[in-house]
Design a protein around this ligand. Sequence first.
Ligand SMILES: Cc1cc2nc3c(=O)[nH]c(=O)nc-3n(C[C@H](O)[C@H](O)[C@H](O)COP(=O)(O)OP(=O)(O)OC[C@H]3O[C@@H](n4cnc5c(N)ncnc54)[C@H](O)[C@@H]3O)c2cc1C
Ligand code: FES
Ligand code: FES
Length: 705
Amino acid sequence: PILTCGPESLRPAVATGEVILPMGSPTNAAADWSDEALIYVNGVRRLLPDGLAHLTLLRYLRDIGLRGTKLGCGEGGCGACTVMVSCYDQSTKKSQHFAINACLAPLYSLEGMHIITVEGIGNCRRGLHPVQERLAEAHGSQCGFCTPGFVMSMYALLRSSKQPPTKEQIEDSLAGNLCRCTGYRPIIDAFGVFAKTDDSLYTASPSESANGKAICPSTGKPCLCRNETDVNGNESSLLSSVKTYLPSSYNEIDGNAYNEKELIFPPELQLRKIMPLRLNGFNGVRWYRPLKLDQLLQLKSCYPEAKLIIGNSEVGVETEFKNAQYGVMISVTHVPELHTLKVEEDGLRIGSAVRLAQLQDFLKKVIAERGSLQTSSCQAILRQLKWFAGTQIRNVASVGGNICTASPISDLNPLWMSTGATFQIIDVNNNVRTTVAKDFFLGYRKVDLKDDEVLLSVILPWTRPFEYVKEFKQAHRRQDDIALVNAGMRVHITEAEGNWIVSDVSIVYGGVAAVPLTAGKTESFLVGKKLDYGLLDEAFNLLKEDIPLAENAPGGMVEFRSSLTLSFFFKFFLYVTHEMNTKGLSEGLDVANMSAIQSYTRPVTTGTQGYELVRQGTAVGQPMVHLSAMLQLPNFPLGSLVSSSQKMCPVLTILGQLDSSKKRILGQLSMMGRFLHLMSLLVLARSLESLWQTPMIMQKLLQIK
Ligand SMILES: Cc1cc2nc3c(=O)[nH]c(=O)nc-3n(C[C@H](O)[C@H](O)[C@H](O)COP(=O)(O)OP(=O)(O)OC[C@H]3O[C@@H](n4cnc5c(N)ncnc54)[C@H](O)[C@@H]3O)c2cc1C
Ligand code: FES
Ligand code: FES
């Protein structure tokens, strides 16, 4: 539809919350904008009413009673709110599944999608999903707060993987989930059984090693847990004083109890025509979802101050924690022109709304197809993305969102600048201009983008022979943390009169000032020189001038961060020297320096836990699965208060008085849950004399559906 704006005089009403809808021209084209938002949650159709544009998915889920999904940090950092989202790709005719943080996802951004929460995959009554069962049995939950999030991250990985994931992929997929209790080892152990190892170990009868011990399919090592160290209490194990608990094998998680089929993508959503959306929220918030670039540009010309939203990982934090308020929000996730991913003659064209996880997949493909020569920049960006936030954030956060936020600690902006990337910008009159990334960042979170402009795409040039690009990031911890200092560096070396000299170099640091800083003096010094150790002292001195960090610089740790700027450059020098050496064009590196040129890779975690197996009663000294583990996984309600109008009321009477909502809660509980409920009822009713009625009470409890 062609949109024209409401009269100028009506604009201020935006702030007051009065609803002004874009008016059609010449007829009522606004009628083509739908206010019907449909999602599915755990296979159940849910038509969302208008007026919820201010809500996150998490608040909505909890409001409709699905409280397994937890609110932890509320800003994408802990993963307690992880759910799986499925959407249908019309071009490939396939559904895609990915984990997201529900705390940051605007509710209407899920329109047309299927959301699966921890309640949707299994529970104690219908049977736990193998992922849940495994976590409980391997002692992967203690307080249980983080547990649904871990379960959903693992579930989404399994649903989205064509092959069984590797252990490394499993650990990567959990980078966005925090646990305060377990120390992670049992969680990693628990999920390790879903990793691909050797198929034959799972299909054949228990493998035996040369000395007759069974081999654990998970670890590939002698499976002590299934021989003499049976942790579940066989007599043989109790004879030893100290034994090691090893992960149990896949075979022990047969999923027998799990009788649900996996939820499929709802056919209705597959067949449904996607419409541009126009919805409202509290306090006059307006939410638009255009489907075409034209529609987006017309909305932008009506509402220049409108906030574009893609992953909401920046805007969500601003609105939730920094009191930012945006009256008009335009979700551009469905504008195809912003989703370009193209291999072109001069480089890659990357649409601004491309999600970081999509970019990772695309870069992997391009690197595999083109080889290393032209793709040094692609490789550096891919390596940097590995340490960019967690999986849930990368699944929604966009390239354009990162660029336009212009955060001083953006991990990608120094790389766009050093690789010589250019940005294409379109205005509301369809004029396209191009700017080099180096000129785009003007000040603290300020970019060269006018109100009537939108970032269209990024062009990442191919690298030439003897052109090397490298990324750097140092944070407090490796995974899912923001940088203390980061950098992107590129050098092009060419032959001149028999010497290999620097013909072009770009060194850009992030996290050291309000904008990414270019080390201009160092660059000028290096051009025309042969890259060797003799240059280093002078280069370091110039770097200190280029990247000054005042004693009171925001972010603190000034000495450490200053030393990082030098060590990044030193590592870059070593890397390039080594690359040239492999071609016989430079002297070799000192062995002591070789480790500095390797990009950091975290080895797969290993760990065991020792238990002193001394029988004292039935449980002490043995690793027992705690009673609430099974209940924590789908996060079943353990109890709820019931009040009675009668003093000293017998429990049976209370049960008779339960209203339908309380019955529904009880109906969802396992027998264990119902029993605990009964105990609390007894205490509540202070009618211990009614204990003799327990069989009748249990019968009544059982009958509740
Ligand atoms: C837990 C967590 C971890 C994070 N970790 C990292 C990290 O390791 N490294 C890092 O660099 N960042 C990190 N971030 C920051 C953030 O994830 C990124 O900046 C992300 O790329 C933003 O993308 P988005 O789609 O979510 O942006 P949104 O929040 O949707 O939008 C951000 C801004 O960009 C504007 N915008 C978006 N697209 C356009 C366009 N086409 N034209 C004009 N303006 C546009 C929007 O209007 C808005 O102002 C993290 C954030 C969180 C919450
Ligand atoms: S609540 Fe912490 S990531 Fe959502
Ligand atoms: S936070 Fe992970 S079990 Fe308590």
